[in-house]
Ligand binder design. Sequence first.
Ligand code: NAD
Length: 248
Amino acid sequence: MKLDVSGKTALITGASGGLGAHFAEVLAAAGAQVTLSARRADKLADVTADLRTKGYEADAVDLDVTDEASVKALFAQRSFDIVINNAGISGEGMAIDMPAEAFDQVINTNLRGSFLVAQAGASALRAAGKPGAIVNIASILGLRVGGGLVAYTASKAAVVQMTKAMALEWARYGIRVNALCPGYIETPINAEFFQTKPGLALISRIPQRRLGRESELDGALLLLASDAGSYITGTTLAVDGGHLVSGL
Ligand code: NAD
């Protein structure tokens, strides 16, 4: 069985850069017609142009995952065989003094946003009588704690449990829902931090003693999104160089 998504349509949220843009290319290269979304579609122009230059089918839409009306409006017009709930914010903050508004913002984006997109995605598939695959990008910080990230950790843990609840409810419609939990993956945004003393200390606690590369998420993403994973639902797949089992 090849990890192939030919003939399928896929929506990726938060796709203007980082992992979202990467996931869009991975799915496009595996044959999907990809729709990239971001709060401002103009920010997607370069990424979609690059994909088209490579011969892939790609378009772009505006989508703020926290805006319920926009989410519903998008899925009222279209259904997607694959939905990648990637948009997220880290919202650093200590539990002792994090303003409630900042806490709310993280939960609103990471948890409520993923809920809205998955719900609308599943409703559209159900209305079209089609099966589908939803991949919620959680984090190993949904399964273990990380200092100074109280809201992020809480949001990702909730995404993991929400994924299981959705999988249980939507299996009867042929809709699979899984959580992909990346460990520490090197992206342009965090590259600088991982050169610092605390960043290097963190890397030393990963059993494989290095950060993950974006490309090392590809197999897991495609397994969960494609028919190769047709009997996988409600699972949590960590790609973390052994971080979860290190206990550190
Ligand atoms: P990133 O900041 O580069 O990407 C997040 C994207 O989400 C950005 O494009 C941002 O504009 C978008 N976004 C934020 N709020 C949004 C909203 N309301 N509506 C639509 N889009 C919105 O970070 P990344 O590292 O590429 O992370 C992508 C996902 O992977 C996130 O969910 C993150 O929590 C998760 N993750 C990343 C790592 C890592 O090491 N990079 C590890 C574990 C989990």
